[in-house]
Write a protein that binds this ligand. Structure first.
Ligand code: IMP
Ligand code: MG
Length: 175
């Protein structure tokens, strides 16, 4: 079977954007004396986070969390369950949540709610991609890579049925 993939965002564009985001993150946290921790939401954020953390000069920790949406109703009424919690403490730290893509905003708003109760010094959001037309819950995203139209995309961590995460660019699958 031949899969046709059209490039929406090239590997070069992604790498330039990741560098830019890393510089913005460094500038933002330069004057904080708190510990910085990047929290990646598994599994989609791993490729982005691996590249992004290497563009950030300020020393920081990496931690990971797996959450899943479940239940019925619209996406905004779904709850989020923690499948794998953080390994470390975030109390008093600067927390930067790393996500691959924000669609409805439901996942991240629930994650923010959960992590805020643990009394971090600060929490900010960083996403490589946002689909603003799909948003059901407004989120204040401090670090944003690309805004895209409402199309299903894969690659650079994003999957379709757990596949295509390894594709080095972001593309649309043509069936
Ligand atoms: P939200 O809770 O609706 O913001 O969902 C965000 C999650 O939906 C992301 O972490 C992805 O796992 C998934 N998602 C949304 N749009 C896409 C897409 O175009 N391709 C792959 N995964 C997507
Ligand atoms: Mg995801």
């Amino acid at each position: 079977m031949t899969i046709h993939m059209s490039v929406m965002i090239s590997a070069e564009e992604i790498h330039a954007k990741v560098k830019e985001l890393g510089a913005k993150i460094d500038a933002h946290y330069a004057h904080s004396d708190k510990e910085l921790v990047l929290i990646g939401l598994l599994r989609g954020s791993v490729i982005f986070m691996a590249d992004l953390c290497r563009t950030i000069s300020k020393p920081h920790e990496l931690d990971f969390m797996t959450v899943s949406s479940y239940g019925g109703g619209t996406t905004s009424t779904r709850d989020v369950k923690i499948l794998k919690d953080l390994d470390g403490e975030i109390r008093g730290k600067d927390v930067l949540i790393i996500e691959d893509i924000i669609d409805s905003g439901n996942t991240l708003s629930k994650v923010l709610e959960i992590l805020s109760t643990r009394n971090p010094h600060s929490i900010e959001l960083c996403t490589l991609i946002s689909k603003p037309s799909r948003r059901e819950i407004e989120l204040d995203v401090k670090f944003l890579g690309f805004e895209v139209e409402d199309k299903f995309i894969v690659g650079y961590g994003l999957d379709f049925d757990q596949k295509y995460r390894h594709i080095p660019f972001i593309g649309e699958i043509g069936l």
